[in-house]
Each structure stands twice: as structure tokens, then as C-alpha cells.
Design a protein around this ligand. Sequence first.
Ligand SMILES: [Ca+2]
Ligand SMILES: [Ca+2]
Length: 377
Amino acid sequence: MKHIDFLSMRKLTGYRLSLFCFLFLLFPFSFSHANDYSLSTNSMVVIPAGSFKMGDNYGIDGFAIPVREIETDSFYMDKTEVSIESVVKVFQWALDKGFITNHSYKITLSSGNSPVLVILSNWPSFFSVSNGIFYSSANFDMPASWISWYGALAYCAFRTEMENEKGGKFKPCVNLQNWTCDFSGTGYRLPTEAEWEKAARGGLEGHHFPWMSKGNNFNDHIDGSKANYIDSGDPFDNSPSPCGYYQKNFAPLNRVNLYGLKDMAGNLWEWCWDWFDGYSYTTLSSNGITLNPCGPISSPWDSKVMRGGSWFTIPQHLRCAYRSYMEPDIAAPFTGFRTVRNFSTPRKFVEQPHGSQLKENQQAMVENDWLNADGLA
Ligand SMILES: [Ca+2]
Ligand SMILES: [Ca+2]
């Protein structure tokens, strides 16, 4: 796991614990049983097909070099991170069906040797299960954290099936038996890392953040009015802010993602589909466009990609290109997700070999690319 979120953990612990207790005393019984599974149908936007430049030349620890040209097909994407309300509704449906089981501190699939999906009873999500009711004492418009990568996939699979039950005609993407994804499906799935970065950039090229922010130091382009990061001075420091709070309440044109997406910088890290390999960009074409990459076949780090930074992250790591990672069975208070669905019938999605398996001269090329960036060499 990346070190950065833990640098601040000690600082968080003291007053946060007292806040946990306070909130629990304040809202110990406020939950809702959501037999109404309905979810908003206009919560997604279409990200158009086309190419973009993935990666940047900034910083030693972003693993975002070399910059590569990528093309994706069109897809729908959630405007905001998945909310507490959505998770409560979808997991209540799965609980009612017997698909998931609660243990003392976690939710797993009911069948098989299931990894953890959701961690219960922790700030800030406060998910809980009691007497067949999946609920949260947190505000329902807050983004859902304490969900593992497996939990995010389970949400995608359950939501697809839940909506099919109500007349939807989605071909499922996610298979919970073997944790695979059929990218030719039309149901809910996680974005690939390439789809996520393309969406975050909002059609802009070479900008640090999801708003106009080209050139100079990244620090010249970000402050607490644009995104939720650590000590950013927003009304929610230091915790998540409501889904879409940023680029909704603060809406001058130069702060809005041009695709209509919110919180692509900060609030919660967002799980992506791809296995993480710090050198995987070296395996993408250097003199042509790579179509629909979906990450390496597995991860030398045993981790999945997460993107965008969080309320607990320094602003540099909110860059569109910055890559972080975490093991897929870890759930954390700073990581959530948003879902996508194919818009058009996609062309093939292609897995890559491991960048770290490349020969030494190719590794050296990566280092030179970095040294040449921003006049460092
Ligand atoms: Ca903040
Ligand atoms: Ca985010």
C-alpha cells in the first residue's frame, strides 16, 4: 500500500476517535430499511470515444511515465463516487437474496471462499447489519468507503442483477465466481485505469487536475475551494465531503470537469479494474495509439490501481495522472469507487505484459524519461 495516507494516520487518530464516539452517540439508531431498491437513473454521463494522452512527466512517485496515447470506446460513468445510500440499497438487495453474509466485522459473499467485501462499524461509513437490515448511520449522501476492490465488484454485479430484475436488459460484466470482467457486457463494472484517467481529464490535454491547470507547479492550480484533500481548509476537514460537493457547490467554469464529473480529484480514492504495475506504461505503444488497455495480467505488487487522491492525501497526489495502489482485499476509510457501463459496443479490451519484466535498457528508458521531465536532467 502507498505510504502517503499513513503519514497522517497518527495525526488523525486522537480527535477522530472522539468524533467516532460523538457521532455514534448522536445517531446510534438512525438507519433505514431500503426495501425500495430504486436508484437514480440520471446519475451517469457519457464519456465520448476517442484518444487522449495518458500519464504525465511530473514527480518521482506517480509511476505515470512515459506518456502514452490511448483510445477508449464510449462509456457511461457515475457523476460522483458511489454514495452510502447506493451501497445500502444494493447490499440490502443482496442480503435479502442471501448472496452476502455478515460476520462480526465484515461482509462476505455467502458462497465459496469469499474475500472481505465491506468492513462494518467504522468511521466514516458506519455500515452495519442487524436483523436482516443493512444500514449506515452516516449521512446517505456521503461517499461509501470501507469497501474492498472485491466489494466494489460485488456492488457492480448486484446492481446489474437488481436492475435486470426490474426490467433492465443488461448483459452482466462481472463474474463473482472468479472475479473476472467481460468487457463486452453492458452491465455495471469498474472503469479501467485508462478510462478513469480519460474521464478525469475531461477532454483537456496536459493539465495537472480535472480543471484548467496547465503549466507551472501543480501547487499553483489547487486549493481548498477546488477539491477535498488533507488540511485543505474545507468545512469537512479532515473527512470525506458529500458526493459531488466539489465542482457542484463551487462551480465557476474553470473548476468543472468538462464531462460533468465531480470529485475526480480528491474526496475518496477510486478503485479501478486494473492490476497495478508501476512500469506498465512502458508496454504500451510508443509510436501509435493503444486501444482499450485493461492493465497487466496480474500485479507484481499484488495490488489493484486506485486513482484521484482522497481527503487524506497531499494535493500532488490528486493529479489526473497520479497512480496509487492497494491490495484488493483491503478496505479503507479513504477509498471508494464509481462505476461505468459501456455506451457503444466496445472493441476488444487488451491486457498487457508486466512492465517490470522488461529488459534493463527499457527500464533505463523509463528513468531517462523521468529525468528529462521538468528539466531534472
Ligand atoms: Ca479536506
Ligand atoms: Ca475521488
